[in-house]
Write a protein that binds this ligand. Structure first.
Ligand code: SAM
Length: 212
């Protein structure tokens, strides 16, 4: 993918084969040309996490979702000299996630360093709110899981209380991922995670399963 002659963020997004402009529910196996499991990252930012996973796991299809054009462009630039068959991006607000995935189409959702929305009146906008988990319930397979990492302890505490309200179980969690040898094994760092880790800020992580 050559971006050298493309000017402007919108033009870069339009020129990029990795961005699915009008994603269709139930069409992902056509997009990827196979029926491999689909893992998504919501709020992927500059995309280091999901592109690293896509390189490591060619038999998994990855979809990165990002709300802002200016941020998505940074992710596109990062992979412009690479070739991926198993990675696609969508520019979208996750609020609309039910419009792009069918029930049970997704096997795993990653939420990394999601915006904390600290004011109570904005709690519903948090990607770990009950209302978002009710949406994840619809697109995830029965044995699907959500993995969530954050530096933000109030958001983490909120999530631990909130997620079970949507009928999910939190099986695994830690308040200091990088000092937990077992849970940190194989951890892939995001851009934000590296920044906080350099500042010695502990990283919280939980894994949520659907109640069955
Ligand atoms: N996950 C990356 C990381 O860990 O380095 C980026 C973290 S950054 C704090 C949060 C990202 O999520 C931003 O790029 C933001 O634009 C995106 N985001 C926040 N709310 C979103 C939403 N509702 N839908 C899609 N993206 C969202």
């Amino acid at each position: 993918m050559r971006l050298r002659n493309v000017k402007g963020s919108n033009d870069i997004i339009d020129a990029c084969n990795y961005v699915i402009q009008e994603p269709e529910k139930g069409n992902w196996s056509n997009v990827f040309g196979n029926k491999n499991p689909i893992h998504i990252e919501i709020g992927m930012g500059k995309g280091r996490f999901i592109t690293t996973l896509a390189q490591m796991n060619p038999d998994i299809n990855y979809v990165g979702i990002e709300k802002y054009t200016s941020v998505l462009v940074r992710a596109i630039e990062k992979i412009s000299d690479l070739e991926f068959n198993n990675l696609r991006f969508i520019k979208m607000d996750a609020d609309n996630i039910l419009t792009v995935f069918n029930p049970s189409e997704v096997s795993k959702i990653y939420l990394n360093f999601s915006d904390p929305w600290p004011k109570d009146r904005h709690a519903k906008r948090r990607l770990t709110s009950q209302s978002f988990f009710e949406k994840y319930n619809q697109i995830l397979k029965l044995d699907g899981i959500v993995e969530f990492k954050t530096d933000n302890r109030p958001l983490f505490d909120f999530s631990i209380e909130e997620i079970p309200k949507a009928g999910w179980k939190i099986k695994d969690y830690t308040y200091d991922l990088h000092n937990d040898e077992k849970k940190n094994k194989g951890n892939v760092m995001t851009e934000y995670e590296e920044k906080f880790s350099k500042q010695k800020i502990p990283i919280n992580k939980l894994i949520a399963y659907r109640n069955m």
